[in-house]
Each structure stands twice: as structure tokens, then as C-alpha cells.
Design a protein around this ligand. Structure first.
Ligand SMILES: C[S@@+](CC[C@H](N)C(=O)[O-])C[C@H]1O[C@@H](n2cnc3c(N)ncnc32)[C@H](O)[C@@H]1O
Length: 262
């Protein structure tokens, strides 16, 4: 269940790392946390997810394949981190040439995305490398009605205000444009039980051991617990202006893809 924090008399639902008392402090703490784990982020991601994360990014990119061939399509991957979702979109687009942008507010994460991008360009000569931009998802430096598709993989959950994040996505999408939010969820039943043991006990210990930092890997299960259940998230999407809002569970509902159209 998500917890509510009260900011200036109104309820805000969003990420709240320990010690952060308002949305601004939460955003700062999230940025500092990702900056601190950036050098080990990819390694830890793949180890802790047993590489299933790669399948999830690919599956998400495939879902939106119909958008890549639209003429002059523009795609924004929000909270792109070190760029793996962005690269999956680029790869799925094949020879189509949509303009693909990855945006994140952690400079260190983006620097890694840029250097991976250069490596990929040298290796495969990808048709058009993604562009990278340092930006806050809650205040994007783009005009309204600009993108055909906005995605976010495992980033949206970290926003300090989920409703403001959804409204900002709606603002920058063209009418008819689509949104795909891939994030963790809490599976039910036996799988949920096993998942909770892994996510709350094993993962924080392994994460702390490899990264040498305790905070981020204690924050991860907390942030998933705080994140709205699918039904609540879908209601929030509809209220923000999305239609055809849906959620598709991935891998027993450990993760899932939220979709909506403007
Ligand atoms: C868990 S990582 C996900 C990275 C990548 N999308 C992936 O799938 O591996 C979350 C990312 O969201 C970014 N982030 C969190 N809040 C943000 C915000 N308000 N604006 C931009 N980026 C944000 C963090 O800096 C971090 O790089």
C-alpha cells in the first residue's frame, strides 16, 4: 500500500526515501542515491534480476513497435538511467529512424548512458544513436504535444509526485500519443511470498555487499511497497488524462507494463 505524505496541506503520493520530508527533499535524495550507485548500477541490476530485466525492456520495446514507423516519430525514454530501455527502443526501431531521447536527472547515470551509446555505435554502427538530455521528469524542457511515445522503465516509481509525473507525460504527448510505464509490482500468492523473502531480505544484503552502500538497496523494496497497486495506478492515469489505460503483468506480476493513450 502506498503511504501518503502531507505537503503544504495537500496529499502527495510519491517516492519518499528515508529522512525526506517533502517532495523537493525526496527528489534530491533520489538523485543523490542514483548518482552514488551509478558505477555499479548495471552490474547490480543484472545480478539481482538474474538478467530478466533485459527481457522486460525488450518486451516493452516490442509493444510499441507500431509507433517507430510513424513518419518523424519522436520517442522519449524518461528516467533512462544508464540507457538500457532506450537502447531496447533503438534496437526495436531497426532501420526506422524515429528520434529517440533518453532523459534523466542524474548526471552520473547519463554519462554512463552516453559512453555505452558510443560503444554501441562503434560496435554495430546503429542507424541513429539516442540523444541524452539531463532533465527532471516533473518539469520537462519540451513543448506540449511533442512526442509520439513516452516510456519509463523502473524510473517512474522514484518520482516524488506520481500525479505530477503523469500530468507532465500527458502534456508532452501528441494527441493519440502513447505512454508505457514499466515498473515493479508485488505478486500475490505463493510467488508473492517467495518474492517478498527475496526482495526484502536477500536483495538488500547482496546489493549492499556489491555496492558498498546500504541506503539504496533498503530503499528499493520500500519504494515498491509504496508504489500504488495496479488498480490505483490505472485510476491515477485516467485522472491525469489517459484513455485505454491498462496493465500487463510480466513474470508472475513481479513487474508490469502500464499503458495509456492521450
Ligand atoms: C531504477 S533507475 C532506472 C534506469 C533505467 N530506466 C533502467 O531501466 O535501468 C531510475 C532512474 O530514474 C531517475 N530519476 C528518478 N527521478 C527522476 C526525475 N524526477 N527526473 C528524472 N530522472 C529521475 C534516476 O536518476 C535513475 O537514473
Amino acid at each position: 500500500m502506498s503511504r501518503l505524505s502531507q505537503t503544504e496541506g495537500s496529499f502527495v503520493v510519491g517516492a519518499a526515501p528515508e529522512g525526506a520530508n517533502d517532495a523537493r527533499a525526496a527528489a534530491r535524495a533520489v538523485r543523490e542515491m542514483f548518482t552514488s550507485i551509478a558505477p555499479r548500477y548495471d552490474l547490480l541490476n543484472h545480478v539481482l534480476s538474474f538478467n530478466i530485466d533485459r527481457l522486460w525492456w525488450r518486451r516493452t520495446a516490442r509493444t510499441f513497435a507500431h509507433i517507430f514507423s510513424e513518419p518523424d516519430s519522436r520517442i522519449l525514454d524518461l528516467c533512462c538511467g544508464t540507457g538500457d530501455m532506450t537502447f531496447a527502443l533503438r534496437k526495436q526501431a531497426r532501420n526506422d529512424r524515429p528520434c529517440i531521447l533518453g532523459a534523466d536527472f542524474s548526471h552520473a547515470m547519463l554519462q554512463l548512458a552516453r559512453s555505452k551509446s558510443l560503444d554501441k555505435l562503434a560496435e554495430n554502427g546503429q542507424p541513429a544513436a539516442p540523444r541524452w538530455i539531463e532533465a527532471d521528469a516533473l518539469c520537462l524542457p519540451f513543448p506540449g504535444q511533442h512526442f509520439n511515445l513516452v516510456t519509463s522503465a523502473f524510473g517512474f516509481r522514484n518520482l516524488a509526485d506520481y500525479d505530477a509525473g503523469l500530468r507532465e507525460i500527458v502534456r508532452v504527448l501528441k494527441p493519440g500519443g502513447e505512454c508505457g510505464i514499466l515498473d515493479f509490482s508485488e505478486p500475490k500468492g505463493l510467488m508473492g511470498h517467495l518474492y517478498r523473502i527475496y526482495f526484502k531480505q536477500v536483495l538488500p544484503r547482496v546489493g549492499t555487499m556489491i555496492s558498498g552502500l546500504r541506503g539504496p538497496y533498503a530503499y528499493l523494496p520500500d519504494s515498491v511497497e509504496r508504489f500504488p497497486e495496479p488498480q490505483e495506478m490505472l485510476d491515477r492515469m485516467r485522472r491525469a488524462g489517459f484513455r485505454e489505460a491498462s496493465w500487463t503483468p510480466y513474470t508472475f506480476g513481479i513487474a508490469g507494463l502500464y499503458r495509456g493513450k492521450k
